[in-house]
Design a binder for this molecule. Structure first.
Ligand SMILES: [Zn+2]
Length: 89
């Protein structure tokens, strides 16, 4: 509920978007990842980590915004009756 946490989370999101673009030195990405872990903000409720590339994206997204792979429906707290995509080919 603290505003400081929201501000920090927002800042982390912005930097995260910047360090995940192509051309970012690997060392910087690694250091950033450690920093995020150290901050222990945890993923906000509406976010989740892509199982394929490890990037954080929107929880309700059907497709990863980084590697564009189709994501399984969000498992935690998802409505059981939500429509499952992928039936149509
Ligand atoms: Zn991905």
């Amino acid at each position: 509920m603290s505003e400081a946490s929201d501000v920090l989370r927002d800042a982390v999101e912005r930097v995260d978007a910047l360090v995940t673009v192509a051309g970012t030195p690997e060392g910087l990405r690694e250091a950033w990842g450690k920093l995020v872990v150290a901050l222990a903000l945890g993923p906000s409720r509406e976010r989740r980590v892509c199982p394929f590339c490890g990037k954080t994206g929107m929880r309700e997204a059907n497709r990863c915004g980084y590697c564009w792979r189709a994501l399984p429906p969000a498992a935690d707290g998802a409505a059981p009756g939500s429509p499952v995509e992928g039936a149509a080919r």
